[in-house]
Design a protein around this ligand. Structure first.
Ligand code: HEC
Length: 587
């Protein structure tokens, strides 16, 4: 554990880091024979991109505790027991270029959930590490030495995230250009084994591509950005305003909502609502993430938002009710009515979506809120709203709540369960939707290190996390006698992506081969998939196309047109007319 007394703050983070741990001194550069100058980061990058490495020499370097210490922080068996991410599927997850960047510049992009937390105590000590466990009584961090340190909550003065990775800079400096390339070559071979995972027909080893992929065309000509903001990326959703076929609300993570009006000839955008002062999006997958319209929107102009705020030192998820102005052109300007408030434990996995079901009730998802592995078992604990799907009645009130519990909610009247829960055992239910024809609830749950999953969610059922990750057993710590675990309908491995984004069942053109296909995608691989099911089992799955940006959300208008939202600012409309779902590309 990297413990520093306060006076050490004068040192740079890296220096202080080396000062207090037993890691090798990476900063010692090693010059190439015959030259005096050490190669630059760019030379390492270029050399590794243009030369082949030796896998077994790379493996030896990786395993060498003295020289590089990679194994101090990274497991490669899927256990995720150390401070850094498990690298079991590093070669599936990253291309060669990204692997090189991950090692050369660790702080440039920090893996979600593996940021460095700095905890300062009232006695003036400072601890740094990756958050492993947090309870009401203590916070546990794992530092660079792979030792777990527990700090009592009562002793904590403050805690904050750091923009510096726990993984040290300058790892490459102790290696020759060829050695660095060998290490890269080895990391690229770390792939999820095929055999161990073909456990179920719901996880086919290969997903065929369509002969002619679906086309994604920019729907608005320009990228949408938050004015005067340094962080410009961050779209999170597109929603057609009910009853206004060419008017859309576009959501930005920071708390902006734009109203876009689109005709064949022109497009117009105005600021519909600005919640940037209230919304918290500084760290983690937090911010303005979801919107839904009341089923009687044209009568009552009500709509609902889900976002995070920072209150009393904690990240908190809110579901609020708001109202359009009488002209339907702008938000009414009235303050939001808070329906529910849910505290986040580790600022992670807050779910992203809310939707009205065909029954008129509001459904919303919450993730386990972290940290990795769900060490407190939130998702299996029915007394918490974490790792759950909820269902509430926003038109009535009951007791002290700003909403009521529908009579047939599965845990209503139970002693040790929250009555809002509709289903449970989710890790990060980012996007879900209802099939407009059948009313089925389709949900995509983001996995940890191995797989992403699609579930058709039923009343009261348990979808497994963290006892299972998709089809695979994960941990028995919170397994309870008598609980039934529902496997997903479908799951995919790292070679297809790292973060699933749920979409919609196509119910547009009835004669289209895509009619009835459930569309979904992956945020990191940017691929779009489609699947069909029969009696709850997977029938067909296809890769149907891709978009150029991080696929953060889908949208579907009343006519059934489908849109894909790019996190970096573009919205695309999917054009299915040239493609057929039943024609695949020959191998
Ligand atoms: C002191 C602990 C530590 C050491 C030593 C360390 N890493 Fe890391 N590594 C981390 C942490 C923490 C992250 C996640 C934060 C980030 O993305 O920088 C990470 C991220 C990575 C990633 C990206 C993984 C992902 O899933 O996002 C790769 C690849 C990686 N490390 C490779 C290596 C290699 C190769 C070495 C040895 C040369 C090494 N690391 C040494 C802590 C460490």
């Amino acid at each position: 554990m990297n413990i520093r007394a306060k006076h050490c703050l004068a040192f740079s983070l890296t220096l202080a880091f080396l000062w207090t741990t037993s890691l090798p001194a990476y900063a010692q550069t090693r010059s190439t024979p015959g030259t005096t100058k050490a190669p630059s980061v760019d030379e390492y990058r270029r050399y590794a991109l243009t030369h082949e490495g030796d896998v077994s020499r790379g493996a030896t370097l990786f395993a060498d505790e003295q020289k590089l210490a990679c194994v101090k922080c990274h497991s490669i068996n899927g256990q995720a027991s150390k401070a850094g991410p498990d690298l079991l599927a590093a070669g599936d997850k990253f291309g060669r270029r990204d692997l090189i960047e991950a090692v050369l510049l660790p702080s440039a992009t920090i893996s979600p959930g593996y940021g460095t937390l700095i905890v300062e105590t009232k006695a003036g000590m400072e601890y740094q590490g990756v958050l492993k466990q947090t309870t009401d009584l203590s916070v546990q961090l794992m530092g660079a030495d792979a030792k777990l340190v527990s700090v009592a909550t009562a002793d904590i003065k403050q805690q904050r995230g750091s923009s510096v990775s726990l993984m040290p800079e300058g790892v490459h400096a102790g290696l020759s250009l060829q050695e660095f390339t060998d290490l890269t070559e080895y990391l690229a071979t770390l792939r999820q084994p095929e055999t161990a995972l073909i456990s179920n027909r719901g996880m086919p080893p290969v997903i065929p591509q369509l002969a002619k992929p679906v086309t994604a065309r920019p729907f608005f000509t320009q990228e949408l950005r938050v004015p005067n903001s340094k962080v410009q990326t961050g779209l999170t959703g597109l929603h057609q305003v009910p009853g206004f076929s060419n008017v859309f609300l576009v959501l930005h993570q920071k708390g902006m909502i734009w109203m876009m009006t689109k005709t064949t000839k022109a497009e117009e955008s105005i600021v519909f609502s600005d919640l940037t002062e209230e919304v918290f999006s500084d760290r983690g997958p937090n911010g303005l993430l979801g919107m839904a319209f009341h089923p009687k929107f044209l009568e009552n102009r009500k709509y609902y938002l889900k976002y995070q705020v920072f209150e009393e030192g904690k990240v908190t998820t809110l579901v609020v009710e708001k109202q359009f102005g009488a002209d339907f052109k702008r938000d009414s300007g009235q303050p939001p009515r808070r329906l529910i408030k849910i505290l986040s434990v580790a600022e992670d996995h807050g779910g992203g979506c809310l939707q009205f079901g065909p029954d008129g009730f509001l459904y919303f998802g919450m993730g386990d809120t972290g940290p990795h592995n769900d060490p407190n078992g939130h998702s299996q604990n029915l007394q918490l709203l974490l790792g759950k799907m909820m269902r509430i009645d926003v038109d009535r009130r009951e007791g002290d709540n700003a909403y009521a519990i529908p009579k047939d909610n599965p845990f209503r009247g139970w002693l040790n369960a929250r009555p809002e829960i509709w289903a449970y055992g989710f890790r990060e239910p980012w996007r879900f939707s209802f099939d407009r024809l059948t009313g089925d609830l389709w949900l995509a749950d983001i996995g940890q290190d191995r797989v992403e999953e699609v579930n058709v969610v039923h009343r009261g059922e348990n979808y497994g996390w963290n006892v299972y990750e998709a089809f695979e057993p994960f941990s028995n710590q919170y397994r309870k006698e008598g609980r039934n675990f529902i496997p997903p309908l479908f799951a995919y491995k790292r070679k297809y992506g790292n973060s699933i984004t749920g979409g919609y069942v196509c119910r547009g053109e009835k004669t289209s081969t895509f009619y009835g296909v459930y569309l979904f995608g992956d945020y990191t691989s940017k691929r779009i998939f489609g699947l069909t099911q029969e009696k709850g089992t997977l029938k067909t799955v296809r890769e149907i196309g891709s978009i150029p940006q991080g696929l953060v959300s889908f949208g579907m208008d009343e006519a059934g047109n489908v849109y894909a939202v790019g996190f970096e600012g573009m919205i695309y409309q999917l054009d299915f007319t040239e493609s057929r779902f039943d024609e695949i590309k020959p191998d």
